[in-house]
Design a protein around this ligand. Structure first.
Ligand code: PLP
Length: 366
């Protein structure tokens, strides 16, 4: 029996980094410092430099980042916000949480917001558009920004899956008014818990985001606006500082493994491989294929101990929480076709080859 291949394995990565992570924990435990401090300042500086933005503001998680972005732009009841129909639920959830109306846009064949449909969805009430760089593949930001020029509509990038992706040298999250990132443990750069980040070029937005995420306080016990607590834990900042020093190497590994997949699978007629995954505008977060036989392939893998995942089994407007009557044919179709194969920096090349062999065997007997 061959060894099983989980969809994602974080334990070997953390075993490698255990000494460094434990030493950070020990130091902070000794100091008794769990909020703010040097580790948070270091993370901010690192992120400013890496994303090449003047303001990088850590927060509690990626969902909060999106909600804080909407609040900083004073979006609320009476406003409309356009989001793609295929995404993680957060993108739409936050719009409802601030009291605005969610307007869903269907996606293109890659699962990205269909920019051809955007103009038809923009109304006098549209205050923002939230493109999602799904699976780590970036939306064409130049094209999107052209559509919003002189409209007063803000672009908030949901870059939760796209840390490490760049378009013409500019980072995901650095195009719109505000960029939102998640460092959830399964992301390419993942904390050991929940964390997120906001990026912006605009100093007044940066100031507002900081205020909103810290009870409206420019300093202790001064509350200038009504805010909340969405601060990052110092421990998570410290862990991210450790992990960031390996990020470039991990990205190279992801790309190398994605190439092995492509070499073996791109010629298959009954399966589509992710386009552009080796390019800079894709961070190789997920290796998501499309096939009419998705469910059978998923079951075939499961019988052989190979983990896969579906991103996502339902378009957000079809979930019970949203239940929108309108049809989103491409998003619906993709939710039946897509399957994400194992891809992470600690995956062995031999395991990728085995997954590829199983795919080939699966199609050869059907
Ligand atoms: C596209 C997208 N948006 C938003 C989020 C929310 O991030 P978090 O889980 O850190 O709240 C995620 C995380 O899975 C995501 O994939």
């Amino acid at each position: 029996m061959s060894r099983s291949i989980p969809f994602l394995e974080l334990a070997p990565m953390h075993a490698d980094l255990a000494d460094e992570l434990k030493s950070k924990f020990a130091k902070l435990l000794e100091k008794g410092l769990f909020s703010g401090g040097e580790e948070v300042d270091t993370l901010e500086k690192t992120m400013r430099e890496y994303l090449n933005v003047p303001h990088a503001i850590p927060c509690a998680n990626g969902t909060d980042a999106l909600e804080l972005a909407l609040r900083a732009l004073e979006i609320g009841p009476g406003d409309e916000v356009i989001v793609p129909a295929l995404t993680w639920v957060s993108t739409a959830e936050v719009v409802s949480m601030v009291g605005a109306k969610v307007v869903f846009c269907d996606v293109d064949g890659h699962g990205l917001m269909d920019l051809l449909q955007l103009p038809g969805l923009m109304t006098a009430r549209t205050r923002a558009i939230i493109p999602v760089h799904l699976y780590g593949k970036m939306v064409d930001m130049e094209r999107l920004l052209k559509l919003t020029v002189n409209t007063g509509i803000h672009v908030i990038e949901d870059a939760a899956q796209a840390f490490g992706a760049f378009q013409k040298g500019r980072s995901a999250g650095a195009f719109g008014a505000i960029g939102c990132f998640s460092f959830y443990p399964t992301k390419n750069l993942g904390a050991l818990g929940e964390t997120g980040l906001l990026s912006t070029h605009d100093p007044s937005l940066a100031e507002r985001l900081r205020l909103l995420s810290n009870h409206g306080q420019p300093r202790r016990d001064t509350h200038e606006v009504i805010g909340r607590n969405s601060r990052i834990d110092t421990l998570q900042a410290a862990f991210l500082n450790v992990k960031f020093s390996y990020f470039t190497v991990w990205q190279q590994k992801r790309k190398a493994l994605a190439k092995v997949y492509l070499d073996h699978l791109q010629h298959l007629k009954r399966m589509t491989v992710p386009s552009g995954i080796l390019q800079e505008e894709h961070n190789a977060h997920l290796f998501t294929v499309q096939t009419e036989q998705r469910d059978a392939l998923k079951a075939y893998f499961a019988e052989r101990g190979i983990g896969t995942a579906v991103h996502y089994p339902l378009p957000v407007p079809s979930t019970e929480a949203f239940e929108v009557n309108k049809k989103f044919p491409v998003a619906s179709r993709l939710s039946n076709l897509t399957l994400s194969l194992p891809l992470h920096p600690y995956l062995h090349e031999d395991d990728v080859r085995r997954v590829c062999e199983e795919v080939q065997r699966f199609f050869s007997i059907r």
